[in-house]
Structure formats: C-alpha cells, structure tokens
Design a protein around this ligand. Sequence first.
Ligand code: KG4
Ligand code: ZN
Length: 347
Amino acid sequence: MLILGIESSCDETGVALVDASGHRVPRLLGHALHSQIEMHRAYGGVVPELASRDHIRRVLPLTAATLAQAGRTLQDVDRVAYTRGPGLAGALLVGAGVACAMGAALERPVMGIHHLEGHLLSPFLSADPPEFPFVALLVSGGHTQLMRVDGVGRYELLGETIDDAAGEAFDKSAKLLGLGYPGGPALARLAEQGDAEAFRLPRPLLHSGDLDFSFAGLKTAVLTQARKLGDALEGRKADLAAATQAAIVEVLVKKSMAALQQTGLQRLVVAGGVGANARLREQLDAACARRGVRVHYPELHLCTDNGAMIALAAGLRVQAGLADRFGSAYAFDVRPRWPLAELATPR
Ligand code: KG4
Ligand code: ZN
C-alpha cells in the first residue's frame, strides 16, 4: 500500500511517499520539500497569494523528485493524501486540487488529512516511535494545544491557547526585536548569547489551574521592555530574546507536566515547529526525566511542515480502518479552520 502525501497548507510545499503495508508503522520511501521562506522574507511574513502560486509551481516537480527517490512511478501509488486544513484557503486548494486530479487520473482513492494530526503523529517516523496512549504538546505557528491521544483518530483536547500560539509568540517578539521572518529560529539563535535572567517577563496563566495558554500579553511585555530600553536595546537584544524564550518554554514545560499529572499518562509527544527549539527540548527532557516519563520528538527536519507527516497520517488511518471518514472521492474541499477535536471518535 503506497501512499503519496501532499502538504501545502502554508509556506512549505511537501510531498512524500510511504509504504503502509501490513501493520508496521508506515515507512518513508521518499520525500521532497520546498520552503518559501526566501520568497516571503522580503515582506516580513507569509503573503497568501504568493504562497498559493508557488505551491502550484513546486508541487509536480517535488512529486517527480519524491517518486524518483523511492524508485517508483505514479502508477505504483495506491492512495493520494493531501492536507485538507487548517491553513490558508488558497494554499490548501492547490494540494487538494492536485491530489484529487491525480486520484481521478489513476482511479485511486484520495484522503483529506488534518494538518495537526500530521504533526502529532510525526514522531512515529522517528527511530524511537511512541506507543499509545500519550499526551501530545502541539506547538506550531498557528496552534498551541495539549491533547490526550489514545490512538489514531482518538484525540481529546485538554487545553489550548486562548489567544496567540507559542510559535506566534516567538515570531511576533522576534519582529519587535527586528529579527525578521521567520522569527522563531532567529530569536532562538540570538537567545543563545543572552542571559535569560536579565529581564523578568510574565508567564501568563502559569498558575491558572487549567491547561490553557495565553501568549498575547508576552509580546506586549517585550514591546514595553524594548521601548523602555530605547537606544540601549541594541546591546540588550540577546538578553531580551533569551528572557522571551525562557518565558515561553517555562509555560510549555509546566503545562505539559500538569497534563501528564492530570491524565496519569507516562508518555509525552512533542510536535510542531516550536518542537525544534533546543531550549524547549532540553527542559522537557529534564522535567520528564524527573518524573520518569518518556518523551518523544519528531526528527528535527520533520518538526516543521512537510509531506511525510501527511502521508504517514494517511497510512496510519488506513491501517486503523479510518481511511474513509472524510467522505468521497474526487469532490474535494478544504477546511481553513478545522478544530482537531472534530476528529475525535468515542472512546
Ligand atoms: O509547524 P510549523 O512549521 O507551521 C505551522 O503549522 O504553523 O511551525 C512554524 C512555527 C513558526 O512560528 C516558527 O517560528 C516556529 O515554528 N519555529 C521555532 C523554531 N523553529 C520553528 N520556534 C522556536 N524555535 C525554533 N527553533
Ligand atoms: Zn504545521
């Protein structure tokens, strides 16, 4: 069972081929990725219309590269999966349209996959895949959620951000510090040279007693601090970056530990772009070690958006007998807003 996966929800075009035969974890046979970062950099952020057009340009060459890498042809593909949402409507439509055209031409089934399900299952492609059940910390540019995951398609939302996502907090703070786009990795890099204790920034909702997050106040605090520093900001940027990162990381770690405590689960899975953050990994590792909890991450290159996680999620769905829950053949739609909890099946 060979599944081709296409990701085009935002600013990365990703294509991958997995083998989901039998009940082994689907195996990655090939994947290709094009990041639009260079294109959007001039505008300081993602320009949706440019993103859609670039996906159109890239998706077929990337498909050819993926198949060549795997030593297969399009005829060998048994199913085509695409990211149905959430994401930018125009960008999603490219992947959906191409996947459905391929499916129709090959007379193979097509599956619309939830982008966050892709992220949250992505650690299954690592050398040390997790076992169900686990708590998932999903930290991307658009979402920050804690989920209880009992199996493929069995997701229960434990808590989420009430305003900005963790990735957004990185990106917006980076912008305030003049670090450009994409802000997360840039802020993380600068933070390595700074002193996180130099400024005390707020940890919103840290003691709220629930598993929700709030990051919107943090960027305001960063802005206030930056203004207060005035001309002195230049020399203190690394310290402010380090303090910002420390605030975000502390909240993510503490809430993840609270989710483990609340559910009584012994396993944590971290996924999404912010999961690439070295400080976050270091502090989660330490906190989980103290509790005797196993922690799993996707491989670094599969933390941010990619086609492999979409093909993988499709493969795991096929194996779990959940392949056709998204409805029929080549009449496609996309869901720019799509709560992951809608995928939940009764336990
Ligand atoms: O999962 P992702 O690629 O896209 C979404 O689905 O949103 O995540 C992108 C986010 C961006 O906000 C980016 O700044 C952040 O992940 N990010 C990082 C790091 N690498 C990516 N944030 C902090 N540290 C990093 N090393
Ligand atoms: Zn993503």
